[in-house]
Design a binder for this molecule. Sequence first.
Ligand code: FAD
Length: 321
Amino acid sequence: MPDVLVLVDHDGDRVSTSAYELLTAARRLGDPAAVVVGTPGIAARLREPLARHGATAVLAAESTEAAEFLVTPAVDALEAGVREAAPAAVLVSATTDGREVAARLAARLDAGLLIDAVDLDSSGVVTQIVFGGSYTVRSHVTHGTPVITVRPGAFEPEEHPGQAVERTLTLPTVDPAASARITGRRAAPAGDRPGLTEAAVVVSGGRGVGGAKGFEAVEELADALGGAVGASRAAVDAGYYPHRFQVGQTGASVSPQLYIALGISGAIQHLAGMQTSKTIVAVNKDPEAPILDLADYGVVGDLFAVAPQLTQEVAARRAVG
Ligand code: FAD
């Protein structure tokens, strides 16, 4: 079986769920080889959980510089992996960084790039949902090693225990002139909520929330459900909520079990980032809002009346359960 390179998202200690999803997807095409980029020692630390989720090899792309630059070390590592292993494909999570890594890699390799896959078959045919869910497209790459970004949440991560051999990738020195160097780090305010792309439940607020204060109602419902908070672009552009929580074409792509849209109209660019959610609930005071056409459950009403009742009901049921 050919190797399939998988770029592993991690925080230094823990492999992210999206990497397990990629390993699950990769098994359809060949033997998953997990590419771990980081400072020396990281691949050995993450090998066991990666092997448990089906990685047959862990390719260590370690250097002291790895943490100093934005996406370049990952692109260098994948390029080295492709040149060494001639894989059947390269899979990268469709996160903000992952999209940039994949695009740069495909350009360097002069290879075809398929973005935001929601499914993948053993012949390398990828399914994408486009134009706000209006079309389902199946495509495959006809030139070079396919580089594929996979929408977080599209695959259910499965354990597939085995042995993973560790190999070292030979990396070039990062060219600082062609790379963005990280000059400082500030921890995002810590919270108990799950990450937006990993959460089973996402509660998002839109312009209808009306302001930063209004987002408290969104957060309270998210917390009652143990979910993450998202936002529409109109909401983040207006300063109601930080940009990193934006869902949509130019924000995060999410595919949770449950997506609740509060005060979001359902513009095509928003739908592009959440329409593959398993169950969609929308609360909007306009019965003509397009999001209500997509929603599995729609509530026509004021979100400030509906969301607190939902929060209360969920909390009451949790207390009993
Ligand atoms: P609006 O469209 O203004 O909708 C607000 C809704 O709230 C309305 O339906 C209204 O009826 C309802 N409402 C108001 N008050 C209440 C209330 N009290 N209770 C209940 N309902 C209420 N958008 C994204 O979200 N993500 C993206 O990634 C993204 N990328 C884009 C990329 C490009 C290139 C472009 C051109 C646009 C992009 N957009 C994106 C913007 C997109 O087109 C919309 O402008 C945006 O999604 C609208 O956000 P909204 O639904 O919150 O606001």
